[in-house]
Design a protein around this ligand. Structure first.
Ligand code: FES
Ligand SMILES: [Fe+2]
Length: 399
């Protein structure tokens, strides 16, 4: 195979346009701005798990969406999402990551709001009477919020795609796991990653990179036999399910043994499922634990990733310790697996950021078995639809 010169390096690959991605999709600031308004501002996005808001008036702020947001569980049990912005003069209302507040009074001029977002008091309101600025015109800005199997999603669009249509059956495989027994978030950490947001999402769609992970090589994931027992399923709106991986933990001396009795409902202790939900959330299980990643674009080449670990709420103290170890050994910040993925995403970003890389190749076809690139092609077909331009040539806007 000969090396290439400038002309042959920059020439689009001789592949169907669905089978490669132009580097501009990862680096161009105009394309990034378009992604914000066409995809992130219109899609259903994961906010938190309802166990993070167990009681009435519990709130949780989301500071890294394009606008600051706050999710609040109301007295009626419903979770609502609001702009975390005072309608008087724009001050940020809630400053803590989480807490409990029956009413929220803005620190600045003391307008006060309830859990429905209604403005319930303004100091000395009579001076507004001449201008007819009524309290009912001073409520918070609410955004659409809905919950599926305890996962709380928000949508910044006033007229969003109907929630049930958007998800369809894409998360049905997790229904038992998330609902048969109460689950809760027991782990949360964030990482700012020097990579485009899609490159982090790709790390859970590109199973061909499994060769990189020492622990996957050691736990029998990469034999010819197991590779072809796994498959990729595609769902409407760009969602994907990777199913069929069974991980053999028992023969690996350096990992915590997994007992069948501690498997999450609907899973064996060996089951690995992974479901990227378009555009920026991934759910995955390793038998006894679940992980949820949410990737928020900050700049074209910087992303904030939130990592959550979930397990059974009714764990004994001892069981919880074991579950935390089983989570952290693969998915914690100092684990076998996660730092390798972070390293890879940042390394790829260097190629795109410098202009050195020209195209990403996603043309593997293996009957949609484990290492077929069909999942990534599905994601980029959806991306192209929302963006009105093909990922293979994103500088050219479609009509
Ligand atoms: S800015 Fe909030 S009350 Fe004035
Ligand atoms: Fe990985």
């Amino acid at each position: 195979m000969p090396s290439r010169n400038r002309e042959t390096w920059e020439r689009p690959p001789d592949l169907p346009e669905t089978h490669y991605v132009d580097a501009a999709a990862y680096a161009d600031p105009d394309i990034f701005a378009d992604e914000m308004s066409r995809i992130l501002a219109r899609s259903w996005r994961f906010g938190c798990h309802e166990s993070e808001l167990p009681d009435a008036f519990d709130f949780r702020t989301i500071d890294h969406a394009e606008v600051p947001l706050v999710m609040i569980r109301g007295e009626d049990g419903r979770i609502r999402t609001f702009y975390n912005v005072c309608p008087h003069r724009g001050a940020k209302l809630f400053n803590d990551l989480s807490g409990n507040a029956r009413l929220k009074t803005c620190f600045f001029h003391h307008w006060t709001f309830d859990w429905k977002g209604d403005c319930v008091s303004r100091p000395r309101p009579k001076a507004y009477d001449d201008m007819n600025l009524r309290a009912e015109d001073c409520g918070l800005r609410e955004v659409h919020t809905d919950t599926l199997y305890g996962l709380v999603f928000f949508n910044l669009d006033d007229r969003p795609i109907p929630f049930a249509d958007y998800f369809g059956d894409a998360l049905a495989s997790f229904e038992r796991t998330l609902t048969e027994e109460p689950v809760e978030v027991f782990h949360y950490h964030q990482a700012v990653v020097r990579t485009n947001w899609k490159q982090w999402v790709e790390s859970n769609m590109d199973h061909y990179h499994e060769w990189m992970h020492v622990m996957l090589r050691r736990t029998n994931v990469l034999t010819e036999e197991t590779l072809f027992k796994r498959h990729v399923e595609l769902y409407p709106y760009g969602h994907i399910m990777f199913r069929g991986m069974q991980i053999d933990y028992q023969d690996e001396a350096t990992v915590v043994p997994r007992e069948q009795s501690k498997a999450l409902p609907g899973l064996t202790a060996e089951t690995f499922h992974s479901t990227p939900i378009f555009p920026n959330t991934v759910l995955m299980t390793r038998g006894t634990v679940m992980r949820i990643d949410t990737t928020t674009p900050l700049t074209p080449d910087t992303s904030l990733v939130e990592f959550r670990g979930l397990g059974l709420k009714n764990d004994s103290e001892e069981d919880r310790i074991v579950r935390i170890r089983q989570h952290n050994e693969f998915w914690g910040p100092m684990s076998h697996n996660l730092p390798e993925d972070l390293f890879a995403a940042e390394q790829c970003a260097k190629g795109y950021r410098t202009g050195g890389a020209t195209y990403g190749i996603i043309c593997r076809e293996e009957n949609m078995s484990a290492q077929d690139d069909g999942g990534m092609r599905h994601f980029y077909a959806e991306w192209s639809k929302w963006m009105g331009r093909p990922a293979s040539d994103p500088r050219t806007k479609a009509a």
